[in-house]
Design a protein around this ligand. Structure first.
Ligand code: SF4
Length: 277
């Protein structure tokens, strides 16, 4: 009987301690992402917290390092990027257009192995040769033209100078370049320049329309405004939120969703119709 009491006491202490640690973790996360306390979250913020709890930091944008042959995900890497890293992100965001990251990564590895991930080297190589190197990324001729275009642009406008521009100015300049649309421009601004530009893609539209927060026919700009007015203006949050949406769309919110295992099932009008197992 006494042993049972002792056991219960220890168990209570452990539970209290765990609750304390968990609350602390929540508080830390809320601080890092500028989120309000639980209970005061908007639906967009609540979805973020559920996704972050399930997947953690996604470590975007994956980058090459001295000890790796392929780009590596670095959790919590929200700081300023070096010029080489910025170029890597710019080229990567073009290579991943209309294809999987796996294909884009193979093309990036080719560029890195051939020591072409430098503005000077990309200026020297012909468009045809470049298309050959990046062939695994698909649409390689078009992407080679886009990369050559942006490299020419970067010869006249340094990365350092671009960093000083306001986000609307930088966005306007990027959108004026061949092959750069809203999604690529926002990826470059967010991940290469740490600018507050929320990235919208087909996954974002699919998930939030299934959740019931938006119409499926919403425009890029309206969806971007809808999300950003409902979350804090915080770079780390923008960085993780887009990456978490991609994780959810690839894991559960696929064309045929697997709602029963989805971390935001209870917040989703589509998923809440699916019975718990
Ligand atoms: S519950 Fe289903 S439809 Fe809703 S977000 Fe999750 S996977 Fe998508």
């Amino acid at each position: 009987m006494r042993k049972m009491k002792q056991f219960k006491c220890i168990l209570t202490i452990v539970i209290v301690f765990c609750l304390f640690v968990v609350n602390d973790v929540h508080a830390l996360c809320n601080d890092m992402f500028g989120l309000p306390p639980t209970g005061k979250l908007t639906q967009f913020e609540e979805i973020f917290t559920h996704l972050y709890k399930r997947y953690g930091s996604r470590g975007w944008w994956p980058l090459f390092s001295e000890d790796s042959q392929a780009p590596k995900y670095i959790p919590g890497n929200y700081g300023k990027k070096s010029e080489n890293e910025q170029l890597e992100i710019i080229v990567g965001s073009i290579l991943t257009q209309n294809t999987s990251w796996k294909n884009a990564e193979t093309a990036l590895v080719n560029l890195n192995t051939q020591k072409l991930l430098r503005i000077e080297e990309l200026s020297k190589i012909s468009e045809e040769e470049l298309a050959d190197v990046i062939r695994p990324s698909r649409f390689s001729k078009q992407k080679a033209k886009t990369i050559k275009g942006i490299v020419k642009f970067l010869e006249n406008e340094s990365l350092e100078a671009l960093e000083q521009l306001s986000i609307p100015e930088l966005r306007k300049k990027l959108l004026a370049l061949y092959g750069i649309g809203n999604e690529t421009a926002d990826s470059i601004i967010l991940y290469a320049f740490n600018g507050l530009s929320f990235v919208i893609d087909a996954y974002t539209k699919r998930i939030f329309s299934r959740v019931g927060l938006i119409e499926e026919s919403i425009s890029y700009t309206n969806l971007q405004n809808e999300i950003t007015k409902n979350i804090p203006q915080n770079g780390a949050l923008y960085n993780e939120y887009h990456a978490l949406i991609v994780a959810l769309a690839q894991d559960h919110c696929t064309k045929k969703p697997t709602c029963s295992l989805c971390p935001i099932k209870n917040l989703c009008t589509t998923g809440s119709c699916v019975p718990h197992f």
